[in-house]
Design a binder for this molecule. Structure first.
Ligand SMILES: C[S@@+](CC[C@H](N)C(=O)[O-])C[C@H]1O[C@@H](n2cnc3c(N)ncnc32)[C@H](O)[C@@H]1O
Length: 455
């Protein structure tokens, strides 16, 4: 273990490093249930592996068995997200309610985004942003897997987002890039990269991110700041510096029943009410998390950007015909065209001002592809079935123990005797697993190559 880290823990923690980092035991592992798919209690009763409730969020569980959770068909179906248990706490602390406008500023790979999307229950808007392009693609893939239909995925800097959406959001999560001391027990790389310089540069970046988030929040709105590190500079220090520079914000009590309060007098700027923030150490049952809840004072409706509203459009005839026959419930949904692509937009108006880098707005329903002769045809997309597969008129419903489920996830064509010809949703125990094309008693596999189970 890093000497700088242990020396600091010995100085700050009652009982020293060993008291908060018990030597025995593997790192904690967990899953967080996607309540867009099923209620938490139903998962607890029928989980396909041994789990136990975690104290950190209502949908969080400890995984009590090694391996397998990331390959199980329920994982493919977005029933849960594999998430370190304490990492589930900050999104729950944000207190999102259906219908709100929510920003997840540092969102990839998307564990907390999945929680925020579930909390919205399809109502309102979730802007999930990731600064690093490659990670933004992973974020998008996870949002599709979890079936979140009311998300806009952006690949932007915090500053440009704040310029585009001043005073727009009801709630913002800043799960900031950090020195990752909470990853030490499971990722040796985090330990190798650790240094005081890294801590200082992260702290400087966190202050910038928080300042942008503050500008994007409406008066009365709530902001949760979190890290998975223990260094006071990046936690109490960052929050203290923020409060000093943003007199229109107050620190709210997390009222958490887990973990411990923050550390007092631990760095120059730590003059905050430390009992209001929360830390989780391994002794509390998680790998490590810090969180603080801040409110922008005043009351006011969210500001609506002056420009950039994505106006709903009529879809091409071929797309409309497809929706009418396969997804009749979706026919009245707001939609838009993007080149040959057809998107189903969130019901909440979407504003995309100032040339933002947008990976996705809503659900990609599919695209028009040139057919033989002059007719184009409509090809649906995986994301449509992951968001709305349960509403599809033509479904192949498989129980999880059916051998065709594993074959399907390997990318094989599977038997589908009696299935109506044409595009069909595939479900496992009622949860969506993409789609295929039925004909002649079998189903041609359209499960995306990059997502297949090849092990
Ligand atoms: C702690 S991780 C987020 C984890 C995510 N919230 C989750 O629960 O899956 C922090 C994220 O911030 C991103 N990031 C890195 N530099 C950034 C910057 N300058 N501005 C905003 N985000 C940045 C990282 O790429 C990383 O994905």
């Amino acid at each position: 273990m890093d000497a700088l880290f242990i020396e600091r823990c010995d100085r700050l923690l009652p009982g020293g490093y060993r008291a908060f980092f018990p030597p025995a035991g593997a790192p904690f592992r967990g899953v967080t249930v996607n309540t867009l798919r099923l209620p938490t209690e139903a998962f607890g009763a029928h989980a396909p592996f041994r789990v136990e409730k975690s104290p950190f969020c209502p949908a969080g569980f400890y995984l009590l068995e090694e391996g397998g959770a990331g390959l199980h068909p329920y994982h493919h179906a977005g029933v849960y997200y594999v998430q370190e248990p304490s990492a589930s706490a900050p999104a729950a602390l944000l207190g999102v309610r259906p219908g709100e406008r929510v920003l997840d500023l540092c969102a990839a790979p998307g564990g907390k985004t999945a929680q925020l999307g579930a909390a919205l229950q399809g109502k309102g808007l979730l802007v999930a942003n990731e600064f690093v392009s490659k990670r933004a693609a992973v974020l998008l893939s996870n949002i599709e897997r979890m079936g979140i239909a009311n998300a806009v995925v952006t690949n932007e800097s915090a500053e440009r987002l704040a310029e585009a959406f001043p005073g727009y959001f009801d709630r913002i999560l800043v799960d900031a890039p950090c020195s990752g001391e909470g990853m030490f027990r499971k990722e040796p790389e985090a330990l190798r990269q650790h240094s005081q310089r890294l801590i200082d540069s992260c702290a400087a970046l966190q202050r910038e991110l928080l300042a942008s988030a503050a500008a994007a929040l409406r008066p009365g709105g709530v902001l949760v700041y979190s890290t998975c590190t223990f260094s006071p500079e990046e936690n109490e220090g960052t929050v203290g510096a923020f409060l000093r520079e943003h007199l229109d914000f107050v620190l709210e009590d997390t009222s958490a029943q887990f973990g411990c309060p923050g550390h007092a007098s631990c760095c120059g700027e730590g003059l905050i009410e430390v009992e209001k923030v929360r830390r989780i150490y391994p002794v509390h049952g998680g790998e490590g998390q810090f969180m603080a809840r801040l409110r922008k004072v005043g009351e006011g409706a969210a500001l609506v950007p002056g420009r950039g509203r994505l106006a709903p459009e009529k879809l091409p005839r071929e797309a409309q015909r497809f929706l009418e026959s396969s997804f009749p419930e979706l026919c009245g949904a707001p939609a838009a065209r993007h080149g040959a692509r057809a998107l189903l937009l969130p019901w909440e108006p979407v504003f995309l001002p100032k040339n933002l880098r947008v990976l996705r707005a809503g659900v990609l329903a599919g695209e028009l592809v040139p057919g033989r002769g002059r007719d184009a045809r409509f090809e649906p997309h995986h994301s449509l079935y992951m968001a709305f597969g349960g509403k599809c008129a033509n479904r192949l419903e498989l129980p999880v123990l059916d051998a065709r489920v594993a074959a399907w996830l390997r990318g094989e064509q599977i038997a589908a005797p009696g299935q109506a010809a044409g595009y069909a949703a595939v479900t496992v125990d009622g949860f969506p697993l993409g789609f295929g094309k039925a004909g002649g008693g079998s189903l041609k596999n359209h499960y995306p190559k990059g997502l297949r189970n090849l092990k």
